[in-house]
Design a protein around this ligand. Structure first.
Ligand SMILES: *[C@@H]1O[C@H](CO)[C@@H](O)[C@H](O)[C@H]1NC(C)=O
Ligand SMILES: *[C@@H]1O[C@H](CO)[C@@H](O)[C@H](O)[C@H]1NC(C)=O
Ligand SMILES: *[C@@H]1O[C@H](CO)[C@@H](O)[C@H](O)[C@H]1NC(C)=O
Ligand SMILES: *[C@@H]1O[C@H](CO)[C@@H](O)[C@H](O)[C@H]1NC(C)=O
Ligand SMILES: *[C@@H]1O[C@H](CO)[C@@H](O)[C@H](O)[C@H]1NC(C)=O
Ligand SMILES: *[C@@H]1O[C@H](CO)[C@@H](O)[C@H](O)[C@H]1NC(C)=O
Ligand SMILES: *[C@@H]1O[C@H](CO)[C@@H](O)[C@H](O)[C@H]1NC(C)=O
Ligand SMILES: *[C@@H]1O[C@H](CO)[C@@H](O)[C@H](O)[C@H]1NC(C)=O
Length: 659
């Protein structure tokens, strides 16, 4: 008898050494918290799992089931195991139109995937768009749109194979197909409880993802059915299973309310009847009736006191300065100046302190109480919504810091007027030192250094950060000189404000006539290459001491680029150099700089150098080999100008000229 009993036991122990994983959490509690692997900011809060920490500017969190799933028999096997999982999540931002983050369901070889960024990409991926093969597979529930990763919209579900960029045939707008086969969209970013089902069919290399609001029973047709044998490459023998999310400046609560999984059959059904609901209106839903009554009475009393006392103050504030602060504003930037502070600093926005009427508004000089000088730029905008979207965008740029960028110190909003506070640049803008008859003409050494400075600043915007920042309005009047006559790029990102405010379906071209890359006259959105074009115009301006378009000049000389290009094709490019600085430069160097300017202004964006290459030409040692490579593009520039001339589209109408 005994041996007979032992046989099945031994078979079990030796034939299938890994235990199957089956679980169901209808809610979470403190003892689950000590059992689950909670990484970084993830925690059990009440009966749910929260993934990010609202009070940290950069936050990520992951939760994993402690037992790994056996996904392959051996590491080089292509046979993949199956599992089925279901969970309920809720994503609730504090500010409904702030940038979204979302969360991801993860299958990972490690609880800390290498290269993950703390603040973005679900706390799972690096910024690299090129996927390397590593055992990391995620289903993203993405509530933000990253156009650089081809996100289809700001509310989608996608299959990610060790890559923040979802598989193009594995991404869909969030929603489900109802029983009559119609697509019903599901908003994932309003806090509602959403149930998801993921069927991972290893033998078929297929992943089915289905979502629906909890009140809707499981739709029969999945939202995504992704089938591809390459899935096997992203699976290792044993993998952790769980969730991950991250955030930067904006609060977005990503919650997991319930979770079930089975690697032997269909995941257990979650009982959704008693799940908590998170929405802005029902924040106190978990309080008892007594507590609510108590709070209500206290609130009424408090409200009465506040009303009587506060009304007077409110009226006073409202009438005197209309400087009402909205909650969302406090989210942005380290420092919000009060309108009073700025009014005092600029002597009541006095005419005497007016530094200029720039492209985007008036600029005043201001002196802060600690005697620091600042420049206050007042930008008017016709829609508060436009301002808000713009601020969300530029706030993330508040982190950009580079010696060749004009540092932003803070901001203030009054009505539809935005005031941006920058470091004061005592020597004003570059154009004042080279055009017409300046008091002191900037010499060649100074000019060359400023060009190199600006190239480095722009290179930083393009490459130095985890996101490419397009300046969109590079011109000599946006290049400022600090006390040491070093160049700094100002106003980055500002041009974008005017896009956000534009009516839907009309993409306005933003920028400045004479500096706009030709491709922007058509439908193309601004790119790093269009910035390079504008920078090229600046290079030519500085070398030639001429504005990009001079109406006083003879017709064939009016457009700077065409004029220099003509000279170049005639082999006399150095004749274009500024006569006023003759003798200050080595001829070869001037020639190289002019050629660089032309190369940057190549009509075809593909053929323009990158800012990195430009930096090597301007900063690299004089006779470095790099220039030759970059400037070789010029030959093509010469060829293609014959036909159309890299036109400056001087007659294109939809240009933004703002005050
Ligand atoms: C947590 O929930 C589990 C069931 O999921 C239960 O067995 C356990 O007693 C609970 N622990 C606490 C501390 O409430
Ligand atoms: C969030 O982070 C802050 C600072 O790092 C910490 O003090 C706080 O306890 C965290 N909050 C939660 C809920 O974990
Ligand atoms: C897996 O790879 C190992 C060596 O890396 C090899 O010895 C073994 O035969 C391979 N197994 C299969 C099934 O290919
Ligand atoms: C998976 O993780 C284990 C350690 O947990 C490591 O030894 C193994 O190399 C990893 N596999 C791959 C393919 O990265
Ligand atoms: C990713 O970021 C690093 C540093 O932040 C940068 O060096 C690298 O070029 C970036 N890669 C991509 C593809 O953006
Ligand atoms: C499915 O959705 C469509 C469009 O929303 C609706 O017209 C239709 O009545 C729905 N069908 C069912 C069975 O609910
Ligand atoms: C996935 O969805 C497809 C299409 O509806 C279906 O044919 C297939 O059986 C599903 N696979 C699983 C594992 O549910
Ligand atoms: C779900 O839970 C509720 C209360 O928690 C219970 O009354 C109900 O019977 C459960 N439903 C199922 C299908 O188990």
């Amino acid at each position: 008898m005994l041996p007979l009993l032992l046989v099945p036991l031994f078979t079990f122990l030796f034939v299938s050494p890994s235990l199957s994983v089956n679980f169901l959490y209808n809610s979470f509690n403190a003892s689950d918290a000590s059992y689950l692997e909670l990484i970084n900011d993830a925690r059990v809060e009440g009966s749910v799992i929260r993934l990010t920490n609202d009070s940290n500017q950069f936050s990520f969190g992951r939760v994993f089931y402690p037992t790994r799933l056996t996904m392959k028999p051996t590491s080089n096997s292509t046979a993949v195991a199956s599992f089925s999982t279901s969970f309920v999540f809720s994503i609730l931002p504090d500010i409904s139109d702030s940038p979204g983050f979302g969360l991801a369901f993860v299958l990972s070889n490690s609880t800390s995937p290498p290269g993950a960024l703390a603040s973005q990409y679900f706390g799972l991926f690096s910024n690299a768009t090129v996927p390397s093969v590593a055992p990391l597979l995620a289903v993203e529930f993405d509530t933000g749109q990253n156009p650089e990763f081809n996100d289809i919209d700001g509310n989608h579900v996608g299959i990610d194979l060790n890559n923040i960029e979802s598989e193009s045939d594995g991404t869909q707008t969030a929603g489900y197909y109802n029983s009559s086969g119609d697509f019903v969209a599901v908003e994932m970013r309003n806090g509602q409880n959403i149930r998801a089902w993921i069927e991972f069919d290893g033998p078929q290399f297929e992943i089915n993802v289905t979502i629906a609001p909890v009140a809707v029973s499981k739709p029969s047709r999945p939202l995504i059915s992704y089938r591809n044998p390459k899935i096997a490459n992203y699976v290792s023998t044993e993998m952790y299973v769980g969730f991950s999310a991250s955030k930067t400046n904006w609060v977005e609560a990503q919650r997991i309310l319930a979770w079930s999984l089975s690697d032997t059959g269909v995941a257990a059904d979650i009982n959704t009847t008693n799940l908590p609901v998170f929405s802005p209106e029902t924040a106190s839903s978990s309080l008892s009736a007594g507590a609510i009554a108590g709070i209500a009475i206290a609130s009424v009393v408090f409200l009465l006191i506040c009303l009587s006392g506060g009304y007077w103050f409110w009226r006073k504030t409202k009438i005197e300065e209309e400087d009402e602060i909205e909650d969302w504003e406090l989210e942005y930037w380290p420092h919000r100046f009060s309108y009073e502070e700025l009014k005092q600093a600029t002597d009541g926005f006095s005419k005497n302190e007016l530094l200029g009427l720039g492209g985007f508004g008036r600029v005043y000089r201001g002196t802060l109480p600690n005697n620091t000088q600042v420049a206050v730029k007042c930008v008017n905008h016709d829609s508060k919504q436009g301002l808000r979207e713009f601020m969300a965008e530029i706030a993330s740029m508040g982190r950009l810091q580079h010696i060749n960028l004009v540092q932003m110190r803070g901001w203030c909003r009054k009505g539809n007027e935005l005031m941006l506070v920058y470091d004061f640049m005592p020597n004003g803008s570059l154009n004042r030192w080279i055009f017409d008859n300046p008091k002191t003409l900037l010499g060649w050494e100074g000019r060359r250094r400023v060009l190199a400075d600006v190239a480095e600043g722009l290179n930083y915007l393009h490459q130095g950060w985890d996101k490419v920042v397009i300046h969109r309005d590079i011109k000599s009047s946006n290049i400022l000189l600090d006390s040491e006559m070093r160049g700094r790029l100002g106003d980055f990102g500002l041009a974008k404000l005017y896009e956000h405010g534009a009516a839907p379906n009309t993409t306005r071209v933003v920028g400045t006539l004479g500096y706009l890359a030709p491709e922007l006259a058509t439908v193309t959105a601004p790119t790093a290459a269009s910035d390079v074009y504008s920078f090229g115009v600046v290079v030519l301006e500085v070398a030639c001491g001429r504005r990009p378009i001079e109406t006083w000049a003879a017709e064939e000389e009016q457009v700077l680029i065409d004029w220099v290009r003509e000279k170049y094709l005639d082999g006399r490019v150095c004749e274009a150099a500024d006569k006023r600085i003759a003798g200050q430069y080595v001829v070869e160097e001037m020639e190289r700089v002019l050629k660089l300017g032309l190369a940057c202004c190549h009509p075809d964006p593909q053929h323009r150098p990158t800012m990195k290459e430009v930096v090597t030409v301007l900063v690299g040692e004089e006779a470095a080999a790099a220039p030759a490579a970059v400037l070789s593009e010029l030959a093509q520039a010469g060829e293609s100008v014959g036909c159309s001339g890299g036109d400056t589209n001087a007659e294109e109408p939809p240009l933004q000229s703002t005050v």
